[in-house]
Design a protein around this ligand. Structure first.
Ligand SMILES: *[C@@H]1O[C@H](CO)[C@@H](O)[C@H](O)[C@H]1NC(C)=O
Length: 286
């Protein structure tokens, strides 16, 4: 008697899917006598993403499951390069913006900013899942399924670059062009201090409460005066959650497995102290 055929519940048409456990691949990896196989996977995914101005850009997503980190990079329409790095081990996320300066306005060719803040649970999928992510059609232009609320962060503390590696080893690589402009928040510092991070790398920056003259750069007319600068960036597309599917084995037992991701978009707006308005020329009333 032939075994009853069971409908093979097709997984939903996910745009991006996690391959179901790949026995062949695992077998191959397991056979390789290299440390790398046991240490974890390093992967890169390139995704085409539509920017708010309608332009299409390419986003690169890298995952290293051994180091337990993710890095995402995209270039905005104005040439700014935005990098978002997640260090799960240290519970740290780092945003870096490399902004092209306007030479005719006396700015540096390139201005770098680094914002370091605490990583919360479930902000983004684990590095191990990210490393397994594949896409069926790399030409597809993607738009996030969910737009998360814009987050305002008051970056009131400076991070010393040479000591920053103690907070996350990534700071050394990612923020090297932003030595003088690495910012975090007092509330994040409190959290890291409780975890035993060395406090001498942090320096509280002047606040409007200490300096009544301290204005928003947008309202400040003197280029050489200190002010509070605002910089906003958008992570246009990132896998923020795992999707689960159900499958039924021949005995009828139901099990769930990871079968895809939900994509999100999120904006961040950072306020931080600059010693001169000159370092914040994008923040002008027009
Ligand atoms: C950062 O730390 C190094 C090493 O302790 C020190 O030499 C340097 O002066 C500090 N930088 C600032 C801006 O405080």
């Amino acid at each position: 008697i032939p075994a009853p055929t069971r409908p093979r519940g097709r997984p939903p048409a996910a745009l991006l899917s996690l391959p179901r456990p790949l026995p062949l691949l695992l077998l191959l990896l397991a056979r390789l006598p290299v440390a790398g196989a046991a240490a974890g996977a390093l992967s890169e995914l390139r995704v085409r993403v539509r920017l708010p101005d309608g332009q299409v850009t390419e986003e690169t997503l890298q995952a290293d499951s051994a180091a337990d980190c993710i890095s995402l990079e995209l270039r905005k329409g104005d040439g700014t390069l935005v990098t978002f790095t997640v260090d799960f081990k240290q519970e740290v996320k780092i945003f870096r913006a490399l902004i092209l300066g306007e030479l005719e306005r006396g700015q540096n060719q390139l201005q770098a900013l680094c914002f370091v803040t605490r990583l919360h649970r479930n902000e983004i999928i684990p590095s191990e899942s990210m490393a397994k992510l594949r896409q069926k059609n790399p030409r597809t232009v993607r738009q996030a399924e969910e737009v998360r609320v814009l987050e305002y962060l008051n970056m009131d503390v400076a991070v010393n670059f040479s000591k920053g590696a103690q907070l996350s080893s990534h700071i050394h690589n990612i923020c090297s062009e932003a030595r003088e402009a690495i910012y975090t928040r007092e509330e994040d510092v409190k959290f890291w201090l409780e975890k035993g991070v060395d406090g001498s790398m942090f320096e509280v920056l002047p606040q409007s409460t200490d300096l009544p003259d301290l204005q928003r750069c947008r309202l400040c007319t003197d280029r050489w005066k200190p002010c509070i600068c605002t910089y906003a960036l958008n992570i246009e597309w990132y896998p923020c959650m795992l999707k689960y599917c159900k499958s039924r084995d021949p005995t009828g037992k139901v099990s769930t497995y990871k079968c895809g991701i939900r994509s999100c978009q999120k904006g961040y707006s950072f306020d931080f102290y600059v010693p001169q308005k000159q370092l914040c020329l994008w923040d002008e009333e027009t």
